[in-house]
Ligand binder design. Structure first.
Ligand SMILES: NC(=O)C1=CN([C@@H]2O[C@H](COP(=O)(O)OP(=O)(O)OC[C@H]3O[C@@H](n4cnc5c(N)ncnc54)[C@H](O)[C@@H]3O)[C@@H](O)[C@H]2O)C=CC1
Ligand SMILES: O=C(O)C(=O)[C@H](O)COP(=O)(O)O
Length: 378
């Protein structure tokens, strides 16, 4: 059994080694010829899996992406070749929700407002959107949920209307990129929609850049909403003009916590074992490094122990785990001398999720809030 996997998938060799011969390929770079005698292909979002890539893949039985998004898979082409395909749905939902929290705290600090006085609309209430909604609720924000496709199949969910979304102070996008069907998302935020918004409103783009019409944003000049952009149209070659208008700009790394990426590998491992009828020999807990007392992150969180929880102290705590300003400034520096966002994504430093370190907290109510925000508290 030959398994080809993207070299940026953490622990892939350790997971899949007992199933077959594992061969890494460089981030997103795989040719059809290389698939000639492969049985399994494991990608991330940068490999476009279409009829032309699959042409030589006549032995392929299983193709998986270690990501939540599947818009880089031509599923009809995979079905045509009778290849079982899958994704790692939900693997990095926590990481994206933590990114959104870091962005909200940054904007609140910079613009001098309290999040609990703001309304947030969440477009797409799946794995990511649900976690963002939980965080926003824990912060005391007013939450508008928009997901008509989910409302159509989930009797326990009711969706707001799009007009309500457009009234919210902050709009956070967590729907997949789709081109067809009743609710396509491509350019959901087109020129008409964007022009109906106020320049004081915020949009957080952390699903796929194509949900927003970049040119329409550029045409708005100073009237455009306040932007937090993690995902861009035409990645990896993004609009640097748009970047310069963003309040926060990052390199499609919202989901790039170590846990998020490693869960992607682990979910595909579980699915491949089930597909092949092979007994699992590994689980993620074996590989994720534990934090010890000397770790910088542990030391940083210790200073929180006896503080009261408020927006300022929460902001400091979140920065111990994830300082979004660092990602923003590093990205801008990188884009000043590069055309592509790929190198920065490939070499993204290790980022741990909020529950990687146990935080001791005295106050019972603060404990509850912090645990609703995803921290591990004792
Ligand atoms: N920036 C990053 O690093 C990451 C980006 N993503 C992106 O976020 C997307 C969402 O991820 P998950 O929550 O894990 O997926 P999910 O499939 O669990 O949830 C997506 C939700 O969006 C809803 N939806 C679809 N069309 C819609 C529309 N027109 N309007 C409103 N809602 C709509 C679906 O019904 C579903 O409930 C992924 O497809 C991916 O593109 C995901 C993870 C990391
Ligand atoms: O899971 C997704 O969908 C994402 O967008 C990932 O976080 C980013 O995936 P890569 O581009 O790093 O494969």
């Amino acid at each position: 059994m030959k398994i080809l996997y993207d070299s940026v998938m953490p622990y892939a060799e350790a997971f899949f080694g007992h199933i077959g011969i594992c061969e890494p390929f460089e981030l997103g770079k795989i040719s059809s010829e290389a698939l000639a005698n492969a049985d399994v292909l494991l990608t991330r979002s940068t490999t476009k899996v279409d009829a032309s890539l699959l042409e030589c893949g006549n032995n392929l039985k299983f193709v998986g992406t270690a990501t939540a998004g599947i818009n880089h898979f031509d599923t009809a082409a995979l079905d045509d070749k009778n290849i079982t395909w899958t994704s790692a749905a939900g693997c990095n939902a926590r990481a994206v929700a933590e990114y959104v929290l870091a962005a909200l705290l940054y904007l609140a600090e910079q613009d001098g407002f309290l999040l609990k006085n703001k309304q947030i609309a969440i477009v797409g209430v799946g794995a990511v959107g649900k976690q963002v909604a939980d965080i926003a609720t824990a912060l005391g924000m007013q939450v508008v949920l928009y997901d008509p496709p989910r409302a159509a199949i989930d009797a326990n969910f009711s969706s707001s209307i799009f007009e309500e979304v457009l009234q919210a102070d902050i709009i956070s996008l967590h729907a997949p990129l789709t081109h067809n069907g009743q609710y396509p998302t491509k350019h959901m935020f087109n020129s008409d929609v964007l022009n109906s918004m106020q320049s004081s409103q915020y949009i957080v783009s952390a699903s796929r850049g194509e949900l927003i019409d970049t040119q329409a944003l550029l045409d708005m000049n100073d009237d455009c909403p306040q932007l937090v952009m993690d995902c861009w149209e035409n990645e990896p070659y993004i609009s640097t003009d748009l970047m310069s208008r963003c309040r926060l700009a990052t390199a499609h790394i919202a989901g790039h916590s170590l846990e998020g990426k490693a869960r992607g590998t682990s979910i595909l491992y579980d699915k491949l074992c089930a597909f092949l009828g092979v007994e699992k020999q590994h689980s993620l807990a074996e590989f994720l490094p534990q934090m010890d007392h000397s770790h910088e992150l542990t030391a940083c969180t210790q200073s929180f122990a006896h503080q009261n929880l408020n927006q300022t102290s929460l902001s400091s705590l979140v920065k111990c785990f994830y300082d979004i300003e660092n990602d923003d400034s590093f990205f801008r520096q990188h884009m000043a001398k590069s055309e592509s966002i790929t190198p920065i994504r490939k070499n993204y430093p290790i980022r741990r999720e909020f529950d990687a370190v146990d935080i001791s907290v005295d106050d019972a109510a603060d404990k509850l809030t912090l645990s609703s925000l995803g921290f591990s508290v004792s």
